[in-house]
Design a binder for this molecule. Sequence first.
Ligand code: HMG
Ligand code: MG
Length: 299
Amino acid sequence: MSLPETVRLVEVGPRDGLQNEAQPISVADKVRLVDDLSEAGLSYIEVGSFVSPKWVPQMAGSAEVFAGIVQRPGVTYAALAPNLRGFEDALAAGVKEVAVFAAASEAFSQRNINCSISESLKRFEPIMQEARAQGVRVRGYVSCVLGCPYEGQVRAEQVTPVARALFDMGCYEVSLGDTIGAGTAGDTRRLFEVVSREVPREALAGHFHDTYGQALANVYASLLEGIQVFDSSVAGLGGCPYAKGATGNVATEDVLYLLQGLGIETGIDLDRLIAAGQRISGVLGRANGSRVARARTAQ
Ligand code: HMG
Ligand code: MG
């Protein structure tokens, strides 16, 4: 299969990147991060989550972040919603696109959203109904597609029914998440090969955490499988509060560098993106997790 000509990057840094941070991050710093990212040319930014603040305290200020950002035309500003309450709160905050999130493993579903996989899918139905009525697009996530922190191995055949259920209930795109970042390029190819028998490739996205240093290879493996949408985090921010030891998403800067080298268009300005990553890394008092950013800023 030939490589795609264009790729869309879904920037999840402000959400997946920051959700696990123990130190308080001000609304102003979050707003600045989102604005820096849209100025760098990102066309899709996951800004926050409308989840229980007891479960994920860092996302508690998401409505204020939405109120503070500059909403540029052509940019999608999205948020996670785990239930109807979260969906309604998101709408009240002016969110135009939401994401629901399920898992391929029962244990992770319980730890992450306190219910079984099938209960979670039932919980999403009223969201889908309301979303249709309000003209809100819904993206779906499946976590633990290449392994679970509690159950270990996860087979592609376990992922397919969950991805298919999300697609069938109206998610326009389903992002397959390697939450623990342990999957390899071989696993990734097989995953998309199997899942795409029931969900069209055009409706699938890849979401790779970089715990084992395989994320960029997995992005390339996905491109070879015809996947054209990837989730990534500026400066490689992040981790999941319910996947201990898992590191951040693949760095947006590193994916962009890979894509540029392949002549694949994204519309993103690498220098501005690096500046955005440097700024938030400074706020967090941490080394930039993007290898490309580290190389460029060392010059
Ligand atoms: P629960 O405790 O079972 O819910 O949590 P509940 O309905 O019994 O409610 C408990 C309390 O939460 C109540 O408050 C509710 O009002 C409140 P209390 O009466 O105790 O004061 N509540 C809410 N508050 C704010 N917003 C809401 C909301 N819903 C209930 N929407 C629940 C169930 C799903 C709410 C909880 O488990 C939760 O919020 N989980 C979120 C977990 C999360 O955000 N995880 C990280 C994102 S997923 C991820 O990172 C993976 C991904 O990146 C892909 C990958 O890498 O694989 C997407
Ligand atoms: Mg994630």
